[in-house]
Design a binder for this molecule. Structure first.
Ligand SMILES: Cc1cc2nc3c(=O)[nH]c(=O)nc-3n(C[C@H](O)[C@H](O)[C@H](O)COP(=O)(O)O)c2cc1C
Length: 363
């Protein structure tokens, strides 16, 4: 798969679906960002079964109408822009059955809760549901749900899929010892903790067309004293790469309520750097990357292959168009319908630069 540039619209849950079906909001949201020039769009975490949803507003890929609705979105993106579109697939695990983000993030539903499952019966935080410990039969069911969603994603015209193995959701909660206390073949050593996520990845890879890539999003540190560290993340990335992941999307944290994250500009990029340069695995960097110079520096220094921006794309769907104009890159693709906007912006920015230069020369 070839992308037009290395800017990625990071996955962002819109909490706006009903019964898992994406609607006009998802079309407008992803459509605006496709016209906004990013090379790759990643959908929000799209859930593989009704129980896999975080909230009642999450999108799904488990009913025929989901596939049809998603096909409408991929066709619109492909018809009107050169952007590629990736379907992020996930299962919420112990973090499921909660309210919409703006009604109470990580707060359980007041009524109509469904049973949640996880590797071990540990609530994500106080007040959240204690999940039921998964049996081997549950693992078979969940694996097959991922396979079904993958096939539907291929039929719906997605260019790529991303398995969500980060942020304490089901697959992530197997990988990290913070939430996986199993004493069988699926807990304990890293090899054991990786067994079920790798099984899902292998099954997914077999169901996904050979010529389309798969990404896996990981939390490369738990930000706790007893969790995953950057060292282990390199091994995790290698194992996923060997099992068929083409690229690792390097996020961090949200796996433990006890975490002490260290925020800052581009704060997760060092983790991507290690996975790419020590592990020799292609990566997507993400996390507080906000400026064009940061994207260019990360790529030019070989710290990642692609850069994902989330909140910056909420503030500005046309982030890539604006960044290109600021850098004086005239060959940036703009929608043909928007050409006069491109010319005006470029003219304004070069006049601004001239005035700044004149200003400094007269001082
Ligand atoms: C509103 C919102 C929803 C998000 N939903 C998802 C999601 O569905 N899947 C996911 O992997 N990350 C999700 N994230 C995390 C972002 O993809 C990204 O990793 C994070 O916001 C850090 O990037 P930023 O500093 O550019 O915002 C979400 C973030 C926001 C702000």
């Amino acid at each position: 798969m070839e992308v037009r540039n290395r800017v990625v619209v990071s996955p962002m849950d819109m909490y706006s679906a009903r019964d898992g079906t994406p609607n006009e909001l998802h079309l407008i949201h992803l459509g605006a960002r496709a016209l906004g020039g990013a090379g790759l769009l990643v959908t929000e975490m799209t859930c593989v079964s009704p129980e896999a949803r975080i909230s009642l507003g999450c999108t799904g890929m488990y009913r025929d109408e989901h596939e049809a609705a998603w096909r409408g979105i991929t066709e619109a993106v492909h018809r009107w822009s050169p952007a590629k579109i990736c379907l992020q697939l996930g299962h919420s695990g112990a973090k499921g059955s909660t309210k919409l983000m703006w009604e109470g993030n990580e707060e359980p539903l007041e009524s109509g809760q469904w049973e949640v499952i996880a590797p071990s019966p540990i609530a994500f935080r106080d007040g959240m549901q204690v999940p039921r410990e998964m049996t081997r039969r549950d693992m078979d069911t969940v694996r097959e749900q991922f396979v079904r969603a993958t096939r539907m994603g291929a039929a719906a015209g997605f260019d790529m899929i991303e398995l969500h193995c980060a942020h304490g959701y089901l697959l992530s909660s197997f990988i990290t010892p913070v939430s996986n206390r199993r004493r069988d073949n699926y807990g304990g050593s890293l090899e054991n903790r990786m067994r079920f996520p790798l099984e899902v990845l292998s099954a997914t890879r077999a169901a996904w067309p050979d010529n389309r890539p798969i990404s896996v999003r990981v939390s490369a540190t738990d930000w706790t004293h007893d969790g995953i560290t950057g060292d282990e993340a390199v091994q995790i990335a290698r194992a996923l790469h060997a099992a068929g992941a083409d690229i690792i999307h390097v996020s961090a944290g949200q796996t433990s309520a006890r975490a002490k994250p260290v925020y800052g500009r581009m704060f997760q990029t060092p983790l991507s750097d290690r996975i790419r340069n020590e592990g020799h695995v292609p990566t997507i960097a993400v996390g507080n990357i906000t400026e064009a110079d940061q994207v260019n520096a990360i790529i030019a220094a070989g710290r990642a292959d692609l850069c994902a921006l989330a909140r910056s794309h909420l503030a500005d769907p046309n982030w890539t168009l604006h960044a290109a104009a600021q850098l004086g890159y005239r060959d940036q693709w703009w929608p043909v319908q928007y050409q006069s906007g491109k010319e005006q912006l470029e003219r304004m920015l070069s006049r601004q630069k001239e005035m700044e230069l004149q200003g400094t020369s007269t001082i």
